[in-house]
Design a protein around this ligand. Structure first.
Ligand code: MTE
Ligand code: MO
Length: 333
């Protein structure tokens, strides 16, 4: 598989804040140490890999998977990781409220065990699958991806997951399967933002991909980040990560995956079709009607260190360009 490594532009490197450089070096050293020891000593779950991350209790299936994880399968390259604190406290997860701190405050109420995912539609093997058996056949990989939100901020996150394509193949899509639709769990009693009735969203949150996008090797299902199980606010226990698309495509806390012959209706496109398209590929040349998409604020940042960097076409993942040859990306934004 071809993975695009970020260009080492001098301007970009100079914009990295000292703190994030420090953290990423620490993370790198932890990873290097892990590699050196890895052969003889399995990494202990949840401890030590990233020094800044609090240990968390994880379900047994996750701990078992961690021992065999392919660390650094997609490395950070030149880029500094966004600290765990920002990754887990600056979130969009409207089921728990609309401010960035709400998910960290309220998503603890989401019950993630037991968890079942329904796979249905155009597949030879439909049915409900427990999370444990869904993950079981897959080796976890660490993939360090940029996440670019449509609101013009971004992060660099070390995910743990496996290719969505591998999961879909196991369900045996029929010849009619042209799209995939995902749905987030809907549990108003656990979701402060849903209960408030304040949001315009027609729950459950839904997202979708074209089949070739879903099968692309960069597209993953994540179950962890920063060497630990996913924090609830980041979409535990199972979320999509599509790194060349705006963050809203990367749907959290998935309970249903449907293979369809028609393009599904998705949450943000239904709400504001002139602002959020089905494709939502990161594109610095197509502005949001209310703001430019040419640059982004890379977290962590502050008033004195705004850390504004250029936005790249497809978020820098040029290897997906061929999926869209012949498609007018201004029309299909
Ligand atoms: N179910 C659900 N999934 C969601 C969202 C949401 O509100 N609900 N927000 C999306 C948006 S806008 C972004 S930018 C990313 C943020 O992911 P993170 O909080 O893990 O960084 O999640 C996406 N997935
Ligand atoms: Mo977003």
């Amino acid at each position: 598989m071809l993975i695009h490594l970020p260009r080492a532009s001098a301007a970009r490197a100079s914009e990295i804040t000292p703190e994030s450089v420090y953290l990423s070096r620490r993370a790198f050293m932890a990873a290097a140490g892990g590699l050196a020891l890895g052969a003889s000593l399995p990494l202990r779950a949840e401890t030590g890999r990233y020094a800044e991350v609090e240990p968390a209790t994880a379900p047994d299936w996750f701990t078992a998977k961690l021992a065999d994880t392919q660390w650094g399968a997609v490395p950070a390259g030149e880029e500094a990781l966004t600290p765990f604190q920002d990754v887990s406290h600056y979130n969009n997860f409207y089921e728990f409220g609309t401010s960035k701190g709400d998910p960290a405050r309220y998503a603890g109420a989401l019950q993630v065990e037991p968890w079942t995912v329904l796979i249905d539609g155009e597949v030879a093997r439909p049915g409900p699958v427990s999370l444990e058996s869904l993950v079981q056949p897959h080796r976890l990989q660490e993939r360090i991806y940029r996440l670019r939100c449509v609101e013009a901020w971004s992060m660099v996150i070390p995910w743990l997951g496996f290719p969505l394509g591998d999961l879909l193949r196991r369900a045996e899509p029929t010849g009619q399967a042209r799209y995939v639709r995902f749905e987030t769990r809907l549990a108003p009693e656990q979701m402060a933002g849903v209960r408030s009735g304040f949001s315009l969203i027609d729950w459950p949150y839904r997202e979708g991909l074209r089949m070739d996008e879903a099968m692309h090797p960069l597209t993953i299902m994540a179950v962890g980040l920063y060497g630990r199980v996913l924090p609830n606010q980041n979409g535990a226990p199972l979320r999509l990560v599509v790194p060349w698309k705006y963050g809203f495509k990367s749907i959290k806390s998935i309970v249903r995956i449907s293979l369809l012959s028609e393009q599904p209706q998705t949450t943000w496109e239904s709400l504001a079709p002139d602002e959020y398209g089905f494709y939502a590929n990161v594109n610095p040349q197509v502005d949001h009607p209310r703001w430019s998409q040419a640059t982004e604020r890379r977290l962590p940042n502050s008033l004195f260190s705004p850390n504004v960097v250029e936005t790249w076409m497809f978020n820098g993942y040029d290897e997906v360009a061929s999926l869209y040859s012949g498609l007018d990306l201004r029309k299909f934004y």
